[in-house]
Design a protein around this ligand. Structure first.
Ligand SMILES: NC(=O)c1ccc[n+]([C@@H]2O[C@H](COP(=O)([O-])OP(=O)(O)OC[C@H]3O[C@@H](n4cnc5c(N)ncnc54)[C@H](OP(=O)(O)O)[C@@H]3O)[C@@H](O)[C@H]2O)c1
Length: 239
């Protein structure tokens, strides 16, 4: 009876995670949304009887704390096997390194870096992550220095900087969490360029293909994968 926790599950890739996982009645799913006022009709339509929809605004530490407490009550003694830190934003894709808006960068760091950091921290504080938990932090190819150097002209500076941040978060978590959770495996994942609201025009991948590949990757993780950066095609990405 594996338990999955997915942030940003009301649309896009998070919704597709729930759709695929909810097909098995064995899976318990904690599906989170930034606000219960969001349109949750798509999420409810794909949910199973063992899917629980909870509020978690990953830009708001109080909201993440409340979410961790609610999850404790909801799971009632059961722990999370797979934490999928998926929620993210790319709200100012036209900014380059000469036009970064300070507030924009702070907001993207809050959601894309502090969000997964604090979600993980507060779930650990509630004793909701077991020794061998698998944690996936959603990043982007744009968070890779190697990929960034190969793109001309460069694009999405603000977002890329925040995703490079989540990559470094993953490296640190892969060490720090091992001191508390002996068999933990933390990775970051590039989902490819996927047809979602964020993916926008030009995206090439269907969400079902990206998520199918990511679930295969996450399910196949062994202890030696701790701290690695993968694509949805199970290939390692250069930092
Ligand atoms: N699509 C791609 O091509 C692509 C490529 C590389 C990486 N990614 C990454 O994949 C992840 C999912 O992207 P997507 O394509 O599914 O994007 P999306 O369609 O824009 O969906 C983003 C999701 O994140 C949620 N979210 C945003 N801010 C939040 C917050 N403060 N608290 C909680 N949830 C929040 C959104 O909720 P609301 O509806 O409430 O805004 C939504 O559910 C992101 O981390 C993104 O950076 C996507």
């Amino acid at each position: 009876m594996p338990v999955y926790c997915i942030t940003g599950a009301n649309r896009g890739l998070g919704l597709e995670f729930v759709r695929q996982l909810a097909k098995s009645p064995d899976n318990t799913i904690i599906a989170t949304t930034r606000s219960m006022s969001n349109d949750l009709s798509d999420l409810k339509a794909v949910s199973s009887k063992t899917t629980h929809i909870l509020e978690c605004n990953t830009a708001d530490l109080t909201s993440i704390q409340s979410f961790a407490s609610e999850t404790k009550k909801t799971l009632n003694g059961v722990q999370i096997d797979f934490l999928l830190n998926n929620a993210g934003v790319n709200s100012v894709p036209t900014q380059n390194s000469l036009s970064i808006g300070p507030d924009d960068l702070h907001r993207e760091i809050d959601i894309n870096v502090l969000g997964p950091a604090k979600t993980t921290e507060f779930l650990i504080a509630q004793d909701l992550l077991p020794q061998n938990v698998r944690i996936m932090n959603m990043t982007s190819g744009l968070g890779s220095m190697s990929v960034g150097l190969s793109i001309a002209p460069r694009k999405c500076a603000t977002y890329s900087i925040s995703k490079a941040g989540v990559n470094m978060l993953t490296v640190h978590q892969s060490g720090d969490l091992r001191e508390k959770l002996k068999g933990v495996v933390v990775i970051c994942m590039d989902p490819g360029w996927v047809k979602t609201r964020m993916g926008g025009e030009g995206a090439v991948l269907e969400p079902e293909v990206s998520i199918g590949g990511m679930l295969k990757t996450v399910h196949g993780l062994g202890e030696g994968d701790n701290g690695k950066f993968y694509t949805y095609t199970v290939e390692e990405v250069k930092w």
